[in-house]
Each structure stands twice: as C-alpha cells, then as structure tokens.
Design a protein around this ligand. Structure first.
Ligand code: SF4
Length: 327
C-alpha cells in the first residue's frame, strides 16, 4: 500500500478524522498512479470492515407521488421546469404503499422509504395519507420506515415520529459551492434546516448527493465534510443518470474508477456512516458493480429508483454473492 495512504488509513482506523486538505491530497496521489488507487480502495475496504462489518444493508424506495415539482433541480425528471416523459401521478393510497413495503421486505430491504415529489407535502389529506401508510408499515413489516418528503416543519416531524417513521431522507445533492449550478428555486440553507428539524425530532438522517454533475473533487470533499458536520447516519451515493429533457441530459458519464474512488473518499471521511450506492449504479458502474464494497460501500439500494428502473432482484443477489457480502 502507498505509504502515505497507509498512514491515513491507519489514522482513520484509529478514530482520527481526515481533514479536507488530507482528503484532497489522497485524491491527487490516486490521480498520479494506479497503485495509489488500489491502495485507496484497500484502505476504504479495511475501514468499512472495521466500522460496518461484512453485512450489507439493503434499502428500497417507492415513488409515492410523481412529477409536477415546482423546484428546478437540474438532474431531476420530475421538475415541471423540464420536458421529460416521466409519469405524473398523485399520492398513492396507504394500501398501495404498504404493498410496496411488503415487497421490499421480501426482497431483503432493511429500510424502506416513501418518496414524494414536490417542495413539501401538503398539510391535511396528503400528510394524513402518509401518516396512515407509515403506521401500517411500522406495525406490519419488519423494516425501518423512512420518508423523503421535501422540506419539513417541526410539527410534521413530530407526527412522523409518532407514526413510526425512523429515518428522514433529504439529500444535500452537492457541495454548497456548486449548488447554484444545480438548483435556483431553493437554497442550500433550506436543506440544512430540514435535516436539523428532522434530527431534533429524533429521526435518523439519511442524506447524500449525486455525482457526475460537473462538480470538482474538492467539491465532493466539501459535501462529505458538510455531511460529517451534520452527523448523518446514512449517506446515499448517487451517480448521475442523464435524463432526456433535463439540463444535464448531455452530461458525460464519470469513469468507473472515479465512481469507485468517490465511494472510497466518502468512506475515509465518514468512516462510521452507512454508505449506500443508489441511483446510477447500473448506468455508471456496469460490470464492476460488485466492486462497490471493496471500495468501501456498506449498503445498496435495490428495486427501482425514483424515475429509472433498477436491476432484477436475482441479479442484485447474485452481485452480493459475487462480492462475498451477506445481507
Ligand atoms: S429533486 Fe425533488 S425537489 Fe428537486 S425537482 Fe426533483 S422532486 Fe423536485
């Protein structure tokens, strides 16, 4: 293993935090030679083994309400600012959401999230439907119920906890310094506020980002450091799948090595977090998806993503077996 990477790995294994400058220096080494890249992945795997073990946490989501979002996130097929062919439908009923949760449980998911498009859910009927669905999932399924409902207020957060919700998901999406390139209809600050409200209500936090939107390595590190400051429990790593009709439709794909290095980088900076590879796994990693755990991931999303299809369950289980991981 490259000597300085070995030293950084030993420090993280001993409980020290890497600074942003140290993380950037790791990346500059990796960019100069292949043995440093191998060393980084080996180090990330050792950190994952020490802090997370060999059991993968699988999660799954349902797009509970799709399309017509007033926000203009550049990557998103559900924004009404973009011309896409994504389906548009109102909030699903509790029995439909419960059925989706039961399917996720049977597939091996330990966490299941109800995800709605839009800035926030409407008080009244929409919130009531979601609370009823959460209560049913919490009492009838053996998995952790989670929601991703846009911006959150303290009253709704308290009601979510009472209904059995365990985790609130809200991605920061990218670094604060890159955010203006991705969205202009809301601020980074609003996302930070929502995470803090969820945390204060007693919800676990799930927040990560999308990579491959044109951000730099320094900005990827900046995002990881912001997540670390917030004490995020679970960090979804998504790789951009360019969608026709969105401003990022022609964004070039990342290299597979860069995708794996992003996972390793996050493992070094967030050694104890559940780091799950979610959207874009199939598109960006293709035949090398089974390397995500060697690169430091400890979780993976199964089933379909919000607006793109996932793999067949049998293929995902095969992938986990090839990688020598249990779930
Ligand atoms: S990512 Fe969420 S907030 Fe942004 S446009 Fe899509 S649905 Fe709306």
């Amino acid at each position: 293993m490259d000597n300085s990477i070995y030293q950084r790995t030993a420090a993280v294994l001993a409980g020290e935090s890497l600074t942003a400058e140290q993380a950037l220096s790791l990346i500059s080494k990796v960019k100069k030679n292949d043995s440093a890249l191998t060393a980084l992945h080996q180090g990330a795997e050792a950190i994952r083994q020490q802090f997370c073990g060999e059991q993968v946490e699988l999660c799954s989501i349902v797009n509970a309400k799709s399309g017509r979002c007033a926000e203009n996130c550049a990557f998103c097929a559900q924004s009404q600012h973009h011309q896409t062919t994504t389906p548009i439908y109102p909030l699903r009923q509790p029995h439909q959401l419960l059925e989706a949760a039961k399917r996720a449980e049977q597939s091996g998911a330990r966490c299941f999230s109800l995800v709605t498009s839009g800035t926030r859910v409407l008080p009244g009927e929409e919130t009531d439907i979601l609370l009823r669905a959460l209560e049913q999932i919490a009492t009838q399924c053996d998995l952790d119920p989670s929601v991703s409902l846009g911006f959150l207020d303290p009253q709704t957060a308290t009601r979510l906890v009472a209904a059995g919700c365990v985790t609130y998901h809200h991605n920061l999406e990218t670094a604060r310094s890159f955010f203006a390139n991705v969205c202009s209809t809301h601020s980074y600050h609003q996302a930070l506020d929502t995470l803090k409200i969820a945390q204060q209500a007693g919800l676990r936090l799930c927040s990560g980002g999308i990579f491959g939107m044109g951000e730099s390595w320094a900005q990827r590190i900046e995002l990881a450091c912001s997540l670390r400051e917030l004490n995020i429990d679970s960090v979804p790593i998504n790789f951009l799948t360019p969608i026709a009709g969105t401003p990022l439709e022609n964004q070039p794909a990342l290299s597979t090595d860069d995708c794996l290095t992003i996972i390793s980088l996050f493992r070094y900076l967030l050694p104890q977090a559940r780091i799950s590879v979610c959207g874009g796994r199939q598109y960006q990693l293709k035949a090398r998806q089974n390397e995500i755990f060697k690169a430091g991931a400890s979780g993976m999303m199964i089933g379909d993503f919000l607006t793109t299809s996932g793999s067949a369950l049998s293929l995902d289980h095969q992938l986990l077996q090839q990688a020598g991981m249990s779930w």
